[in-house]
Design a protein around this ligand. Structure first.
Ligand SMILES: Cc1ncc(C[n+]2csc(CCOP(=O)(O)OP(=O)(O)O)c2C)c(N)n1
Ligand code: SF4
Ligand SMILES: [Mg+2]
Length: 358
């Protein structure tokens, strides 16, 4: 990356090399014209993620959980390490999950899900459960519970090949405990443990590329998703459920108090993440890489950053440095795809596209 402003000043002290976003030698998928036809199925009316939860106004964890269960259905066991999703949905004696649900510690989601999947297999073999019954086992975990403390449990699950869908909802920090930095907090974001100050421009590390790390385990299905694009996200839940082994979904999730935007912008800010190329929606299906939401012309990343209080302290040259990181990621993706799937920055695009104008 091009280090500028305070990023440059602290370079000697802090490790800020950008990690690999994608795997070297990644194979590009054949064109798949049926992509959206595949996702064009009726979602059931039935709600399995029930209203009445305690998530903040406009928290997009609810959008993810609700659609996940609409696709996976009632025969789903949810393993939920502690985090916002857990503390806000299961306050004794009530629950918002109309499916079997188990609370686990902060770091052991992968291990508990592995055990449940293995137990279901044994019970099927012994005839206690109908062997033809399809039961989904899902880990629904935050970025802290996945990229940090839950990392080894996740890696074990992936290397052993358990048929588990691992959903990491990524609000880019430990939000439930007061907005601490995590391994997926982006460069330049101010958090309570990576505060912006006169010398330090907020977080000085790059976002851990969890999808690439999961894909490096050689599992059948990996994807990134964004709840502002529900159609794409739903398609990926379906693909994950159909995978013959582990599936890992890295889903960006906007957090009102952690990212500091007005609640009405919860979906807007997620749209801007994709429209600016900050977040690229892709899948790695049996090792084949495909961008599922191409962006012909990009908005400048400042559109995404400006909407959020956690980036308010950044100087123009630091915003430029973040833009340079994104430009390089986009270049890498286009190089692997062998064509331009994410277009150049077009400064004439308005940051906020009026509703109905797209
Ligand atoms: C071993 C351990 N350390 C710390 C905690 C306190 N704790 C609970 S949830 C959490 C952060 C969760 O972050 P994340 O997984 O990103 O979920 P989010 O709150 O952002 O939804 C922490 C630090 C804990 N429960 N267990
Ligand atoms: S703190 Fe953030 S992630 Fe947690 S419930 Fe509120 S909006 Fe959702
Ligand atoms: Mg988090």
């Amino acid at each position: 990356m091009s280090e500028k402003g305070r990023f440059k000043e602290i370079k000697e002290k802090i490790y800020i090399r950008r990690p690999q976003l994608l795997l070297p030698g990644m194979k590009v998928a054949e064109e798949y014209p049926g992509l959206y036809e595949y996702a064009n199925f009726e979602l059931p009316q039935e709600e399995l993620f029930l209203p009445g939860h305690g998530l903040c106004a406009s928290c997009t964890i609810g959008v993810i959980a609700r659609h996940m269960l609409k696709v996976l259905g009632p025969d789903t066991v949810v393993v939920n390490p502690t985090g916002c999703a857990e503390v806000s949905t299961v306050v004794y004696p009530r629950t918002n999950w109309a499916v079997p649900w188990i609370h686990v510690a902060f770091g052991n989601g992968g291990s508990v899900a592995s055990g449940i999947e293995a137990a279901i297999k044994v019970l099927k073999r012994r005839g206690v459960i109908d062997p033809n019954r399809k039961i989904n086992v899902v880990v629904f975990a935050g970025d802290g519970g996945t990229a940090d403390i839950g990392f080894q449990a996740l890696s074990g699950l992936l290397e052993r090949g358990h048929k588990v869908i691992y959903v990491m909802y990524d609000n880019e920090g430990y939000m439930n405990t007061g907005i601490q930095r995590s391994g997926t907090t982006p460069l330049g974001a101010s958090t309570t443990t990576a505060p912006a100050g006169r010398k330090v421009p907020g977080n000085v590390t790059h976002k851990k590329p969890m999808a690439a790390i999961a894909a490096a385990h050689g599992i059948p299905y990996v994807a990134t998703a964004n709840p502002a694009y529900v159609h794409d996200m739903v398609y990926k839940f379906k693909k994950a459920a159909e995978a013959e082994g582990p599936a890992f979904l890295h889903i960006l999730q906007s957090c009102t108090p952690g990212w500091r935007f007005e609640p009405k912008y919860a979906i807007r800010v997620l749209e801007l993440a994709t429209e600016t190329g900050y977040w690229v929606n892709y899948e790695i299906d049996h090792g084949e890489f495909r961008v599922t939401l191409p962006v012909p012309r990009r908005k400048p990343v400042k559109c995404f950053l400006e909407l959020q209080g956690r980036f308010k302290h950044l100087k123009p040259e630091e915003v430029e440095a973040i833009q340079a990181v994104i430009d390089r990621d986009v270049e890498e993706i286009n190089r692997i795809m062998g064509k331009e799937v994410i277009g150049p920055v077009d400064p004439s695009l308005p940051c906020i596209t009026p509703r109905g104008a797209r």
